[in-house]
Design a protein around this ligand. Sequence first.
Ligand code: C2E
Ligand code: MG
Ligand code: MG
Ligand code: MG
Length: 277
Amino acid sequence: QAKSAGKNTFAFFDPAVQSALLQRHRLEVDLREAIHTHQLVPFYQGQVDANGRLVSTELLIRWQHPSRGLLLPGEFIQIAEASGLIADLGNEVMRLAARQLSLWAKNKRTRDLSISVNISARHFEKPDFVEKVAAVLAEYPLRPAALKLEITESALAANLQTICARMTALLELGVSLSLDDFGTGYSSLAYLKRLPIGQVKIDQDFVRDLLIDDNDRGITEAIIALARTLKMDVVAEGVETAAQRDLLQELGCPVFQGYFFDRPAPLADFSQRYQLI
Ligand code: C2E
Ligand code: MG
Ligand code: MG
Ligand code: MG
């Protein structure tokens, strides 16, 4: 009898597990194609100052899947990382940003904007990463500083010298660097002190309960003070209410990003929201 074959064997043929694996595999096959067939769609979210003026933007990628509809990063970035597609995907995202920046550069209203793109640690660590960034810059006419690479602390896991050399090479190309989700990973302050990073982003984890949790407030104050000491810019993420914005401003944070201002949206909606056209 098949059922008496033992629990492990039975679990291996669990139809739910098998179908999940199959789905994942299909998504990986689809993603390989999606990257080169314009199925990746850039969404933009504003970063605004205390007056609500747009100062910068973050590109948050979506995947317009032919049968599954619009997919969020949470549904495919991990698959891209695990399957080795993340470098191709990331390079394509940088190209999308660079292309947009070169278009924005022609217009008085938009020429001072920058675009932040999210770079996976797996991608950042590749030996040819700096070359790829240089290739993207060579492809489009833009101010390199307008392209901001957001990396998370997980990209700082390698040894300090390697990371420092890579970041210095990127700065020599003229691009900007930002540390995303700051405070949620394991990077030490010694790393932060030594690395040429121009901006830190306060994670939405700390912003969420800012008004009711003294610990979150304390951490947020500390990050803002640290950024000031190290002469780094600071942006708060996940700002959903006026009260959060007001308190952040009071604590010395000059730039905000979150649903209170706008939700990530396709270029047309974003442009309309901020009257860029
Ligand atoms: P992230 O870079 O920390 O981006 C912030 C996430 O919070 C985004 O989710 C954004 O839509 C969402 N968000 C913005 N404002 C608010 C708010 O007020 N409240 C709440 N609750 N959420 C807010 P999204 O777009 O689903 O992206 C999730 C993550 O996926 C990003 O986190 C980033 O780590 C990653 N990601 C996005 N685009 C790319 C990409 O092109 N490449 C790579 N490697 N990763 C990406
Ligand atoms: Mg980000
Ligand atoms: Mg973040
Ligand atoms: Mg995040």
